[in-house]
Write a protein that binds this ligand. Structure first.
Ligand code: GUN
Ligand code: ZN
Length: 441
């Protein structure tokens, strides 16, 4: 990575521990007048502004009271669902058949795939998301479009071909052989190129035959450094369907495990209605659970057990699940996680919400040595938050008592207006890089 030297000044937030595992007042280093030094795309130093000298030739950007922190990491999103987000009135299976599959079928056209990939990244960056782990569609073109667009923008980004060989329209179905050969070719083309990572992606057990799951399990065994992503125990009708389709399986997780699809680099989206055995097994292997709160309320799936699962020591990341999720914003997603927490287990502290959207997601991606915190040596993917971005928020934080109280109103009420700036690998994004309204498409 190369690039200029920059010094950013403002409030800074660096995590020094997991606020679920230790008191939240001892897990973060907060500087009210802080600075971040960026050299060659990496964070070279973080600390009180007065202690950090400006390297020769550095540009200095003073953000005043704005908060400089790690960019948000969306650990589960469907970029091909960008144009059908907020589609009304269905639960999961009908929602897939009515809205999702017809839209995903359009991605056999690589021009359309490229247009939506560009639009997706504009929206994600505009909401402060610097890394996304996306499902593509079953068309290899949709993987190429996402990676090409991410590469062009210098992003650390993840995706994979969404494999389905049953219970989906002809235009989206592949076969066990095609799932394997397409995924392998895409993996060999893209995995490890610049900041890109390939994710082996069986959509979920109902849309794959056991033969297809086997083929993808074999591919994962051949490429164990790749992530694998799928959906797990999202909705009651889906779980009943899985029971019908896999009568010999012990439970939903077993439909994956029997085919080599359970492991530490596995990302299991939703994971709401888990049995005690499934929870124990996920914990034992150190798998990543991905909480998608706006989706869970929007599609009516249920309430994720954040408190109980965290207490077990599960690894948990946070995600929008766009377009089952109803927002591109990780701020809105944190607000929804807070609201669901209030229904089950208690209030999540702002330190926990911001940790989930950065460090927590980075951990489930096994990328916490690269992204997800404001720490020396990590890649300089940053978001700068205006903590008084609307009149409603500004009047509230005029009364704030302490740092966390000044951040919480932006978590609960903030949107893309709160995103003052985004830095990718030490380069500031131009506002028009992430403003879809500035483009004619
Ligand atoms: N389960 C299988 N596919 C999907 C999807 O696209 N969105 C959600 N929310 N759940 C799924
Ligand atoms: Zn999903």
């Amino acid at each position: 990575m190369t690039g200029k030297t920059h010094v950013l000044r403002g409030q800074t937030l660096q995590y020094t521990g997991d606020p679920f595992a230790q008191p939240w007042d001892s897990c973060a280093q907060i500087e009210r007048r802080g600075a971040v030094v960026i050299e060659n795309g990496l964070i070279a130093a973080v600390g009180p502004a007065e202690d950090l000298s400006v390297p020769p030739g550095a540009t200095v950007t003073d953000y005043g009271d704005d908060l400089i922190m790690a960019g948000f990491i969306d650990a589960h999103v469907h970029y091909p669902q960008t144009a059908m987000i907020a589609s009304w009135g269905k639960r999961l299976i009908d929602w897939l058949n009515t809205y999702t599959f017809p839209e995903e079928a359009r991605f056999n056209d690589s021009t359309y795939a490229r247009k939506i990939a560009a639009r997706y990244f504009d929206l994600a960056l505009g909401h402060g998301t610097t890394t996304s782990v996306s499902y593509a569609t079953s068309h290899p073109e949709s993987v190429d479009a996402y990676f090409e667009e991410a590469k062009r923008r210098g992003l650390r980004a993840f995706t994979g071909k969404t494999c389905m060989d049953r219970n989906a329209p002809d235009s989206l179905r592949d076969t066990p052989e095609r799932a394997y050969t397409d995924s392998k070719r895409l993996l060999e083309t893209w995995h490890g190129v610049d900041r890109l990572g390939y994710v082996i992606t069986p959509r979920f057990s109902p849309t794959s035959t056991p033969e297809q799951l086997d083929a993808l399990g074999a591919l994962w065994a051949e490429h164990p450094d790749c992530l694998m992503q799928t959906h797990l125990s999202e909705q009651s009708e889906e779980i009943a369907w899985v029971k019908d389709l896999y009568p010999d399986a012990t439970d939903y997780l077993d439909t994956y495990e029997a085919h080599g699809l359970v492991g530490a680099r596995g990302l299991y989206g939703h994971a709401i209605h888990l049995t005690p055995r499934e929870k124990d097994r996920l914990q034992e292997v150190g798998a990543g659970l991905v909480h998608c709160p706006t989706s869970n309320t929007f599609i009516g799936s249920g309430v994720f057990d954040m408190a109980g699962l965290k207490q077990m020591g599960q690894r948990i990341g946070l995600a929008t699940d766009t377009g089952g999720g109803s927002s591109f914003s990780m701020l809105r997603t944190m607000a929804a996680a807070y609201e669901l927490g209030q229904l089950n287990g208690g209030a999540l502290h702002p330190s926990q919400l911001l940790w989930l959207a950065t460090c927590g997601s980075a951990q489930v991606l096994h990328a916490d040595h690269q992204i997800g915190n404001l720490s020396k040596g990590l890649e300089a993917d940053l978001v700068v938050l205006n903590l008084s971005s609307t009149a409603a928020i500004a009047q509230r934080i005029a009364e704030a008592e302490g740092f966390w109280d000044s951040v919480f109103p932006t978590i609960m009420m903030g949107d893309d207006r709160a995103i003052r700036d985004v830095w990718i690998a030490g380069n500031r994004c131009d506002q028009q890089d992430f403003d879809p309204s500035s483009k004619t498409q």
